[in-house]
Design a protein around this ligand. Structure first.
Ligand SMILES: Cc1cc2nc3c(=O)[nH]c(=O)nc-3n(C[C@H](O)[C@H](O)[C@H](O)COP(=O)(O)OP(=O)(O)OC[C@H]3O[C@@H](n4cnc5c(N)ncnc54)[C@H](O)[C@@H]3O)c2cc1C
Ligand SMILES: Cc1cc2nc3c(=O)[nH]c(=O)nc-3n(C[C@H](O)[C@H](O)[C@H](O)COP(=O)(O)O)c2cc1C
Length: 364
């Protein structure tokens, strides 16, 4: 979904600014049979059931069957993942294990990242640059200039207005699949067939009330959030904090409770926390991606999505939020371009499309 690729490009910028020549390469640019050597920083995500992303599959297959050792390789692994999946950072872990088996030398211990990885990566950057500079005595480098923020990207969404919210299933159906239209008039956002739209959802007012009640702090308590400055507690709970999945700090604050649905755990609870502690008690809200289910040639500045509303085991945040919105409501969005999922340039090429369930979306 583009995060490892973006992060790799950022890391190259840091390295070059620190005087280390570096270039970012996708693992599918790796030539089969070409030995891996030198110093390589792997930024890898995990898909499927702990599998490599598709573009890394040939590299991984070759590495698994390779017998020749890799004594000339020094490496570090930044493993991207999400602990809500059974095999957290499965590919990063497997890659690390295999490289060690083949005699490669770890430059740093593997670091595993949740979707809100900014702080983890920032700490990794300090360790990496200190290690590459060859001295542990050297202080971690000061923060580099913030990269230029481009409107219509993950960190700088644009505001769309909901223009269509149509239930596609018959009224008797247990399923709820929606045709959602988002009007992007007045924004500069561009997209192509095959791209996905990222949506930053909100928690419902009812769920925010429940969390406010558990926190026992006034709703306008100032909360400092990385990337957003100071926001009021109600706004933080509505737009920036995940109220579904507890993090380890929250489970500890709840007296060592087992993981579960956070809002259920918070019901009837009174926490004793300060405003400064609030950000560390929650995972950060993440955007959801949806395949764009319309062609700009047909629907102009309106992007259509086909969304299956998630009810079980708990209500999905974004699908339920969108399904409950009325026309005109503001929805923060960005485009997530695809690199591997494009129609052939030659439009006479026959195409077989396979899409189960809402996987049909990009083929509309
Ligand atoms: C590239 C891409 C394209 C996509 N395209 C589409 C598309 O076209 N249409 C579409 O419908 N979807 C699509 N998706 C999926 C979409 O991004 C969302 O994942 C989906 O809508 C669910 O989001 P949600 O916020 O509703 O649910 P979430 O809040 O993310 O919850 C997801 C699931 O986890 C469960 N859950 C939540 N908290 C807990 C907990 N504490 N313990 C246990 N379970 C929990 C919920 O019950 C739910 O079933 C796409 C995903 C990707 C990566
Ligand atoms: C369909 C799907 C399957 C995933 N499977 C796993 C998994 O098994 N283990 C894990 O740790 N993360 C899993 N993830 C989370 C991704 O690894 C994580 O979001 C990562 O940041 C994506 O990086 P990318 O944008 O470079 O693809 C999965 C994500 C998706 C969308």
């Amino acid at each position: 979904t583009g995060r490892a690729e973006e992060l790799a490009a950022t890391i190259v910028t840091w390295l070059r600014e620190a005087g280390h020549p570096a270039e970012a390469k996708c693992l599918d640019d790796w030539e089969c049979g070409h030995p891996v050597s030198g110093t390589v920083l792997f930024v890898v995500s995990t898909f499927g059931d702990g599998d490599p992303p598709d573009c890394a599959a040939p590299f991984w297959d070759a590495l698994r069957s390779q017998e020749a050792p890799l004594p000339d390789l020094t490496y570090a692994i930044l493993a991207l993942g999400d602990s809500s999946y059974a095999s957290f950072c499965g590919f990063g872990r497997a890659l690390d294990g295999r490289l060690r088996e083949l005699g490669a030398t770890p430059l740093l211990e593997r670091v595993e990242c949740e979707p809100d990885f900014e702080d983890t990566v920032e700490a990794w950057r300090g360790t990496l640059l200190t290690t590459l500079n060859g001295t542990t005595a050297q202080a971690a480098p000061s923060a580099v200039e913030a990269p230029q923020i481009v409107a219509g990207t993950r960190d700088a969404p644009v505001v769309a207005r909901l223009s269509i919210n149509e239930r596609l299933c018959s009224s008797g159906s247990e399923r709820d699949t929606r045709r959602i239209g988002l009007d992007l008039s007045g924004t500069e956002l561009t997209w192509e067939t095959g791209d996905a739209l990222g949506v930053w959802p909100c928690n419902t007012a009812e769920n925010v009330e429940l969390a406010l009640h558990a926190l026992k702090l006034p709703e306008d308590t100032p909360i400092v959030l990385r990337g957003h400055g100071t926001v009021g507690l109600r706004d933080a709970l509505m737009r920036h904090l995940d109220l579904s999945r507890p993090n380890p700090a929250m489970l500890a604050a709840l007296g060592g409770r087992e993981a579960g649905f956070l809002l259920e755990l918070l019901k009837g609870t009174s926490l004793s926390v300060t405003a400064q502690e609030v950000p560390s008690l929650f995972r950060r809200m993440q955007p959801r991606l949806y395949s764009i289910a319309s062609s700009p040639q047909v629907t102009g500045r309106v992007v259509e999505l086909t969304i299956g509303v998630n009810f079980t085991p708990w209500p999905g945040v974004c699908s339920n939020w969108l399904a409950g919105l009325e026309a005109g409501h503001e929805v923060p969005v960005f485009t997530q371009p695809t690199t591997h999922f494009r129609l052939p340039q030659d439009d006479t090429t026959p195409v077989i499309m396979i899409g189960p369930g809402t996987g049909i979306a990009p083929f509309r």
